[in-house]
Design a protein around this ligand. Sequence first.
Ligand SMILES: *Cc1c(COP(=O)(O)O)cnc(C)c1O
Length: 474
Amino acid sequence: MDKEEFRKYAHQLVDWMADYLEEKENYRVTPTTKPREIFKQLPSEAPEDSESFEAIFQDFKEIILPGMTHWQHPSFFAYFPANNSEPSILAEMLMSTLGAQCMSWLTSPAATELEERVCDWLRGAKGIDPSWKGVIHDTASTATLSAILSARERKSTWLINEEGFGGKENFRIYSSEHVHSSIDKAVRIAGIGVKNLVRIPVDENFAMIPSLLEEAIQKDLEKGFTPLCVVSALGTTSSTAIDPIGEITKITKKYGLWHHIDAAYAGTALLLPEFQSLIEGHEDADSYVFNPHKWMFTNFDCTVLFLKNPQDLIKTFSLTPEYLRTQLDREVNNYRDWGIQLGRRFRALKLWFVIRSYGLKGIRQKLRYHIQLAQKAKYWIESELGLEILAPVPFNTICFRHHDPKHTLEEENTFNEKWMNALNATGKVFFTHTKLEGKYVIRWVIGQTDVEEKHIQAAWVLLMETRKKLLQED
Ligand SMILES: *Cc1c(COP(=O)(O)O)cnc(C)c1O
């Protein structure tokens, strides 16, 4: 493709992109694709000869697009969203055009310094302690693993990095029963072993009970274990439950443990001053992660990890072979030392575009609107006979189910599963589920960038119609 062709096709694509964003809700949210259906339409060998852009783009529209789940559909209520927005998409276009690999200051000074600035902006806007510093990672999974590795190294005075891990240290990591699976994964990869992940019971709101955390730590100390780290959740994945951050921090401080706060989804809500009390007392915690790529209109991937003492992280990961040394290493940040990967994308650009384009006010307005919509939907569900909500709704995630006391738990679970599958089969909405105390519940997450009241109203009508039909069949 020559430069003239590039110009021509880029214009065409931008038109297609703008059309897609305008018409995205005309698609089914989820495709009807059967396993292997897409694979079989693709040739078994890579082409030897050049193909025209027209042919490639045609296949994109005919083969790929029908097999896509439309995450930007306003009636995508599943998992947590992976929002994008127009300014974020534009920044991605520039990023891929510059094609910079931003591993160190020298490999793109502007990328490093912009990253420092936007992280500081977010820290300030979220009410995180001004002495903390931020770094952008790809995902919360990676950021949490980095935090756990740093905790391990700090505790072992950086000896495990040197001598290897005998496992004799008997490290223990604590989290609530509802912690995200990425913690299990990090504990495995860090060599600590999942059997040393101690799951602390939760209260009726699915939040960790701090007194039981302290008890578990004391018991472990008596048994000769080495308590290492607590991973708390500000917004669990099941029900957005909120662990008591301040109380947990007091305990981690008392026993010298690392406290990592996983706010992957709900952390965005801290941009609203009315939510900032949730992290009161975090000043003595160690790290905090949140994903602008979930609810902050910044397309996947973009995670921000904040640290009280970045030196713990840098000492864990920095390793400078001769060919990467520069004269400026003492004066500048080399973000390659702040995590696992060497090569880094220029993700700060997306955040910069999004924050400036919306303004903090614009972002807050959207977040408040989403939370308001969720309160409305919550009210509809509460007012409907035979429906129940099984967890508090502090943000915009509602866990609800159809409930009929005449039925056994198993029958109820089967009914709710059937109900959700019937809803999703319409292609008009997409819900996912979780289990709370063994009960199958549908999760309704109202946080897509362009979701409006009409979308949740239509979803509500569909919910009620589908339930009625299933009840008549029963
Ligand atoms: C989504 C989520 C994660 C994982 O995020 P990734 O960026 O996909 O790794 C971790 N913790 C919580 C609470 C989450 O909601």
